[in-house]
Design a protein. Sequence first.
Lengths: 77, 199
Amino acid sequence: MTDTFEEFLAIPIIIQPGMNEADFQYELAKMNARASATAEFVRGELEPEDYFEVLADCGVNIDTALADWSSGVSYMK
Amino acid sequence: MSKRLTAAQLTRRATLTRARETAIAARVPSTTTTVRKRSLRKFAYNSYSFTGVGGASTIFGVQASEAAVKYLAGDLTDATVLAKLGLRAPSSVTDPVTQKPKGFKPARVSIMVGATTPTARTTSWGSRVIKYSAATGGTAQAHYLSPICADATATFPEVNDKATALYVALIARGATAGLGELDYARFYLYPEEFTNSKN
């Protein structure tokens, strides 16, 4: 699945049981923001620090994400 | 910038890594002689980044996984169903399908179908993992990746809008019993990739 760098960095929306429509829309909007930022980062238009800031704004724990990525864990698998 | 780990955590990680490497080295290749066919099909794709005369999207030909298009849209040939992904059969397009520029990748949607009841198992090297994917091994498929493109008639197409509409439709389809098969599902979107280089 993860044949490109962008696919490796993907942080998807996870559908939780009992999620309501409003939660879903909110999480989906955050996922879209992360997707655009990841594409810009991969194209070289965002500095790593700025990219991390976007991820943090979108509710991602950077410490956990970096530790996972450095040990080869992708969130799309 | 990463978290500082304790000696105990690092020792445990080293033990697990060593056990994992031993288990992987001892693996033997499968002797199954049949392979699963993963068919691809060509579709006409309206680009988000490239526009032609009069602001219309440039049309490229892209390959898409038949299983993914069937799962996400519902059908491979029905034009109204395929419109959920924006894709069209190449034969229905009057404009010539242009050669894709170098470094171009279509916008894609990717989903992992979740298991309604996640299961836990112990790996052969002793760690415990919880499996949220619906794939049950063998030929079962839980990951789908398909191109998604602008509507042919859209004036200012946004890939976010198209993907949001698709995901909302998928949720509505699975909403009969809670979210049904979409509990623990993961959705992701890859915007269109192209190179800015003039070389």
